[in-house]
Design a protein around this ligand. Structure first.
Ligand code: GRF
Length: 217
């Protein structure tokens, strides 16, 4: 069985979208894969209870309990390693990972960012996109490298930004596409249809089509 480990910090809606897809499509049978562990750096993350509801093992590693980022990550790596991960999925995980951690799991960590990278890295993406007057907002799934929001792009969804949007309405529209896109991207990665080679996400044309979404509603 291939093990997927999901790291969260809060609400966990992307985790739920992936898990619901895994159940609906019976990934355990069809891909030989399952979400084996959900880890949160925040004890109050809503996603933890949701994971427990699915009967998935959970762990809390509260970053505030560690004196340094390195000490926190050492424990995180120990817990993640124990689950023997084939893929580590960051889903609203709000800690920056050091080079040491990223290199330890090289090519196995993916993240979803709520913007069309390489534009609007970092926080507050929806407001910044609206301030820039973009017509297309969106979301990106990418491999995690030590530089923030900069790893090879795996999947993207372009979503219309309407004149009537504020950061909240735009975030809601993008989130709907995050849920579709991330589940597809996790599936493609865990089944080996996408691989990280020399800092590029390598895939065939059919997979690229599946991992590119457009929403203008
Ligand atoms: C999502 O918008 C994701 O793109 C960003 O943080 C948010 C997490 O939401 N990285 P959730 O916890 O998955 O509901």
């Amino acid at each position: 069985m291939k093990n997927i480990v999901v790291l969260i910090s809060g609400r966990g809606s992307n985790f739920v979208a992936i898990q619901e897809t895994a159940l609906r499509e019976n990934w355990a049978q069809t891909l030989g894969a399952k979400i084996a562990l959900v880890v949160s750096n925040r004890p109050d993350a809503k996603g933890l209870g949701l994971a427990e509801g699915y009967g998935i093992e959970t762990a809390v590693i509260d970053h505030k309990a560690y004196a340094t980022r390195e000490a926190f990550e050492e424990e995180l790596a120990r817990v993640v390693d124990r689950a023997q991960p084939d893929l580590i999925v960051l889903a609203g995980f709000m800690r920056i990972l050091t080079e040491q951690f990223v290199n330890r799991f090289a090519g196995k960590i993916i993240n979803i960012h709520p913007a069309l990278l390489p534009s609007f890295k970092g926080l507050d993406t929806h407001q910044r996109a609206l301030d820039a007057g973009v017509r297309m907002a969106g979301t990106t799934v990418h491999y995690v490298t030590p530089a923030l929001d900069s790893g090879a792009i795996i999947a993207q969804a372009a979503v219309i930004a309407l004149p009537s949007d504020d950061a909240h309405t735009l975030a809601d529209r993008v989130l709907e596409f995050e849920h579709k896109l991330y589940a597809r991207a996790v599936k493609a990665c865990v089944s080996g249809r996408v691989r990280c080679v020399n800092d590029r996400a390598v895939m065939d044309d059919d997979t690229a089509r599946e991992l590119t979404l457009f929403g203008n509603v």
